[in-house]
Design a protein around this ligand. Structure first.
Ligand SMILES: [Fe+2]
Ligand SMILES: [Fe+2]
Length: 188
């Protein structure tokens, strides 16, 4: 069975995959290439629902409180940094959203906000993988980790639900095929 840490690591892979797609979309906008604006809106929905509400929700509502209880610092410590990066990421998503109105996009705003978002999230994921997540094994007992995993599953069901989860993954696959010329399954 998957552990709480594996669940989050797995979602990081899917988010990194999404960042590669975003990078390509942004590049095409910069080169005035052909962009389907509904792809951008769908993509922003993926970021909001999967990366933010589902994944960051698991971290903020369950992982961080459990690690804080186990002695990891929030104020002035790694948890506080992660929280402020999540908030910054939400700002960038809002800016990307603001840059798209119907079938037009404010190129400069979108390119700047997406670039900032990509850089932020890539480094955020590295910090979590290498600095914060190792504490899951060293500071939480096996039953605590199991409890965390159950809470993650429940959270996912509440905020996304199985059907929508599948839909978001196939959306990502469709976009990967279109923008990265990648066939086959995206990380699931
Ligand atoms: Fe995070
Ligand atoms: Fe994360």
């Amino acid at each position: 069975m998957k552990t709480a840490k594996e669940d989050l690591l797995h979602e990081h892979i899917a988010i990194e995959h999404a960042l590669n797609i975003l990078e390509e979309i942004s590049q095409r906008i910069e080169n005035n290439g052909d962009i389907d604006y509904s792809d951008i809106n769908n993509f922003l929905e993926f970021l909001k629902e999967f990366a933010d509400r589902c994944h960051h929700g698991k971290e903020e509502d369950f992982l961080f409180p459990a690690l804080e209880k186990a002695g990891i610092r929030k104020e002035g410590g790694p948890i506080g940094v992660m929280l402020s990066e999540h908030a910054q990421g939400r700002n960038y998503i809002r800016q990307m959203q603001t840059s798209v109105v119907e079938n037009t996009v404010d190129n400069q705003l979108f390119i700047q906000a997406s670039g900032n978002y990509i850089r932020l999230l890539r480094s955020h994921i590295q910090k979590e993988n290498n600095v914060l997540f190792p504490f899951i094994d060293t500071r939480l007992s096996v039953p605590e980790q199991k409890d965390l995993y159950d809470k993650f599953e429940n959270h996912e069901e509440q905020v996304i639900g199985k059907g929508r989860h599948e839909e978001l993954h196939s959306l990502l696959e469709k976009l990967a095929k279109k923008y990265l010329n990648q066939e086959g399954n995206t990380p699931h």
